[in-house]
Design a protein around this ligand. Structure first.
Ligand code: ADP
Ligand code: NI
Length: 217
């Protein structure tokens, strides 16, 4: 029906239409960054990933996000239908659907990605949650949810913390600082280490300002 090049262009248009200005950190530019990161990781992977599957899955990965759809299944069906109308290769469609349905963090509870393409796209999505960009996305998401920046009176180890209302700073401990140890590929591990260090420095500075300790040695 279409060449791979045409399909990528069509996927870009679909993502811009569906998520273009999304205010929860899943906007078009997030998808574009994840695509570029996935291509970069794929280039550096020895295992020989299918570049087209990586690029297509990376572009489409958040269209099915459960937060932006009535249900997880509804989101997955939307992406599958879109592909079925444009792609003949059933195996390709199944591969992309498998990737986007198991990409989410889910408290680190999802089963490991089975294909190298899935591992690459998952790493790319996780890298975009780290470092300076990850910090920006955390605060955008928090604002979208109406969360506080930080609440020093709340105990992070309290099991009921979730029901008491999360904060942006809590998200670093619940997820962001755990991601570097969950990367699949070596290239992503290296990048994640750097972005992790930057977040630790950021948190350090954040607490120094919060506690008026900036001028103390
Ligand atoms: P993605 O699937 O694109 O990795 P998520 O849907 O998990 O991202 O979240 C979007 C962005 O918002 C990510 O950068 C993520 O780290 C951040 N985020 C997710 N949940 C929270 C939360 N409860 N508080 C603050 N930021 C969050
Ligand atoms: Ni994403």
């Amino acid at each position: 029906m279409y060449s791979n090049e045409e399909l990528i262009k069509l996927a870009e248009d679909f993502v811009k239409e569906e998520l273009g200005p999304d205010p929860s950190g899943h906007d078009w530019w997030h998808c574009d960054r994840v695509r570029n990161l996935a291509l970069e990781i794929a280039k550096n992977e020895q295992a020989g990933a299918d570049i087209f599957i990586c690029e297509l899955a990376a572009l489409l990965h958040d269209i099915a996000d459960v937060k932006l759809n009535e249900s997880k299944q509804a989101g997955i069906d939307k992406v599958r239908n879109w592909m079925q109308q444009r792609i003949d290769d059933k195996e390709c469609i199944d591969k992309v659907v498998t990737i986007i349905s198991s990409i989410s963090y889910n408290g680190g509870q999802n089963k490991p990605m089975e294909t190298i393409e899935g591992q690459i796209v998952q790493d790319a999505d996780r890298l975009d949650a780290l470092g300076a960009i990850g910090i920006a996305r955390t605060f955008v998401y928090s604002g979208w949810k109406g969360q506080l920046i930080h609440n020093p009176e709340q105990d992070f180890t309290d099991k009921d913390y979730r029901s008491n209302g999360k904060t942006a700073i809590y998200h670093f401990y619940e997820k962001l600082l755990k991601l570097k140890d969950l990367m699949n590929t070596n290239y992503a591990k290296e990048l994640a280490e750097k972005r992790h260090k930057f977040m630790e420095e950021y948190l350090n500075q954040f607490y120094q300002e919060w506690n008026f300790k900036e001028n103390q040695p």
